[in-house]
Design a protein around this ligand. Sequence first.
Ligand code: NAD
Ligand code: LMR
Length: 328
Amino acid sequence: MAKDPVRVLVTGAAGQIGYALVPMIARGVMLGPDQPVILHMLDIPPAAESLNGVKMELVDAAFPLLKGVVATTDVVEACTGVNVAVMVGGFPRKEGMERKDVMSKNVSIYKSQASALEKHAAANCKVLVVANPANTNALILKEFAPSIPEKNITCMTRLDHNRALGQISERLNIQVSDVKNVIIWGNHSSTQYPDVSHATVKTQGGEKPVKELVCDDEWLKGEFITTVQQRGAAIIKARKFSSALSAASGACDHIRDWVLGTPEGTFVSMGVYSDGSYNVPAGLIYSFPVTCRNGEWTIVQGKLVGLDNLIDLEPAQEISLILKEKLG
Ligand code: NAD
Ligand code: LMR
């Protein structure tokens, strides 16, 4: 029997990431090849015409799984009844800026959209914040939508996770699908810590640690980490726009694994509220290794090896606590 459609909200849908993301969702990349979807696309009035153009293209693409499109500049209409919300709307940074430099613009957006989601989304709606600074926007959303369960509000560090997998596969000249269990700790910012201590590579005889195969600690502790930390800036420098197709793909991976589960023996990185694990202050949105089952994530324990410096309060989140007081 055909499944009921799932309503998926994409904010900032007329933007770069939105344009890459909505066809992926409509093709089943996010929720599976047998899951019909209804897309809710929100943008601001100056982008209304462009948003309508995206809607026209979605119709023209004749996606079999796409059962309806709501394209609107009205936040209440956009949020009504949604089961999944991918929050992309906001301002991207430009060359030379840090992600936290767009904070004042984007944080106020997340405050107002939090209440629309809280009042109008479906019960148990899963929220993924993509817009920067992603951890802080998610924290603001969580603070201003107190009736949404905190476990339902997450931010995206899957792009960083995938970047780390990509760097290892290039270095070892192997398929990226054979690498797993890298970890992104912390914020989606240049203070994140990409960690391969538990990462493995599939080999003919089983699995081997990435550390053993790379056999170059200097690279793993140096260039590998800075490349992943600075990849967003490198893309902006090269494209003059921030990453879009890889961000859209990361968003699909994040929601797919959250809803459909992580493969046995595999963990992924998600920005989730801290329950105090690894001594990260409870309530902050922090990227941990997680596994997912039955639509719920669980932080994987016991994976911190000699990385005691990870548990500092990150600058963006400190600022977010101050902003929270101000906005309150
Ligand atoms: P973009 O400028 O191309 O698109 C953003 C869209 O958001 C625009 O269409 C804009 O009109 C819209 N928008 C602005 N305010 C809005 C509001 N209040 N409600 C709804 N829509 C609104 O930017 P982009 O390249 O698509 O990037 C979007 C965000 O995602 C940026 O903040 C960027 O830094 C961030 N990003 C995050 C990651 C990650 O890994 N977490 C990766 C890439 C980009
Ligand atoms: C990225 O990581 O590509 C995004 O966060 C965009 C940025 O500003 O780096």
